[in-house]
Design a protein around this ligand. Structure first.
Ligand code: ADP
Ligand code: MG
Length: 408
């Protein structure tokens, strides 16, 4: 019998004892240190360390309710997160943290400590470059998404997998925060920057044709069980250091549209672009950094498209999916969804309840106003003309031309 045989919400002391009992890497260790380092609303994230040997691990533990004491999400998202990370490790072992253990009773996933990495979002805000980023992220997306599509999987297995990874409470959050509230503000929870209140009223709340496209994309998110997606692939879910990229936090995973992952990635790179172009003071440094961002955005799209296409030809098993022209059509729909989702992500993170530091950290009012307007106008274009964003350079061209228009 152990006190961890029945669920309770752990504090740091509990987590240290839990790790000592449960995790093989701490076998024979003395007293462990533990610190809660979580910064989200859903889980407690404990870093447990043996001061004598320096060995460490991360324990991600869900509460019964969200940390703000709000809704109950159940525990199944923890199972899904542990299982998808283990699955992804089969395809891209270098790009995800190693899972040591998943415990459904305590709703704990124990994994590799990546504290030697930094969160991509904050590194981009310091205007740092990561030369491997586009190659690694396009690899991650192509190699983890492609094996779970209908053209590749056995049809019955695929449907069982859709059941196994159904994630209603977390999808509901996305459906509300990404696909509904930013446009309707029904709950009154949107956070509009006062200097852009009139602009948002006109460009977002007042644009009925935009609402219709968002509604169509919502339907697509709710009904297109295309592949096992990460579900929250933003720059806060990616750890980086000079020679390594790791994608973590896939608790929103489910069988959904591939464009949801690709579009999130593009949208979040656009926040970094808006931050750099509006806040960097040294012109030469800014030009160099924006060039790197331009290349990275371009490469993320183009490398993903080409890697996915080539894996499709290599791995597709369904006879109908091998018909000439099918792969091009299929990839075309993914690219269009990606542009739509990039736009939705950019709007919801600017006017919605969950915002991003790339934008909110901009202290100067005219810089923030401009950054938000670049993001919002590009976002609208990505959504409204989503069929025309086929190449990475199409996104970059839109960013530059929008900045130019706004700066006049
Ligand atoms: P949540 O889903 O609750 O937001 P995350 O998975 O995003 O939780 O983790 C919250 C924070 O905990 C991250 O931003 C990061 O700082 C830290 N963290 C999470 N996983 C690891 C890890 N494997 N190694 C080091 N730090 C981690
Ligand atoms: Mg999370």
């Amino acid at each position: 019998m152990s006190r961890f045989d029945q669920y309770f919400c752990m504090n740091e002391k509990d987590a240290a004892e839990y790790a000592a009992q449960r995790l093989g890497i701490f076998a024979g260790c003395g007293p462990l240190e533990c610190k809660e380092i979580g910064d989200g609303n859903i889980n407690y994230v404990f870093r447990v360390r043996d001061p004598a040997t320096g060995k460490s691990a991360i324990i991600k533990h869900s509460g019964v309710k969200t940390r703000s004491g709000g809704s109950t999400l159940g525990f199944d998202h923890s199972r899904i997160e542990a299982e998808i990370l283990q699955k992804e490790a089969q395809y891209v072992p270098n790009l995800v943290p190693v899972v040591y253990d998943y415990d459904p009773v305590m709703s704990c996933m124990s994994m590799e400590d990546l504290s030697d990495h930094a969160i991509l979002r904050y590194e981009l805000m310091k205007h740092k470059c990561f030369p491997r980023l586009a190659d690694d992220i396009s690899d991650f997306m192509a190699k983890t998404l492609l094996p779970t599509i209908d053209a590749v999987m056995d049809a019955e297995e695929k449907k069982e997998a859709v059941k196994h990874f159904t994630n209603p409470p977390l999808c509901k959050i996305t459906e509300r925060l990404v696909y509904t509230e930013p446009y309707t503000n029904m709950s009154g929870k949107n956070k509009v920057y006062p200097a852009n209140a009139g602009f948002v009223a006109q460009e977002i709340y007042g644009d009925k044709s935009l609402h219709l496209e968002a509604a169509k994309l919502k339907y697509q998110f709710m009904n297109n069980a295309q592949a096992l997606i990460h579900g929250d692939l933003h720059s806060g879910s990616i750890f980086v250091k000079a020679d390594s990229t790791k994608v973590f936090d896939p608790e929103f995973a489910f069988y959904g549209p591939i464009g949801y992952d690709v579009g999130n990635m593009i949208g979040n790179m656009c926040f970094a672009w808006a931050n750099a172009t509006t806040t960097m003071k040294d012109r030469r440094e800014m030009t160099e950094y924006v060039q790197w961002l331009d290349t990275t955005i371009t490469d993320i799209v183009d490398l993903f498209r080409e890697k996915f296409r080539s894996l499709f030809h290599e791995k597709a098993t369904d006879r109908m999916a091998k018909i000439d022209g099918y792969c091009d059509w299929y990839v075309g729909t993914i690219l269009s969804d990606s542009a739509g989702v990039a736009g939705l992500e950019m709007i919801r993170r600017t006017v919605g309840v969950a915002q991003v530091k790339d934008i909110t950290s901009i202290e100067n009012e005219s810089e923030r106003k401009l950054a938000e307007r670049i993001v919002l106008l590009c976002a609208k274009s990505f959504i409204m003309k989503r069929d025309s964003y086929v190449n990475g350079c199409d996104y970059v061209a839109e960013l530059h031309s929008t900045l130019q228009k706004l700066a006049c």
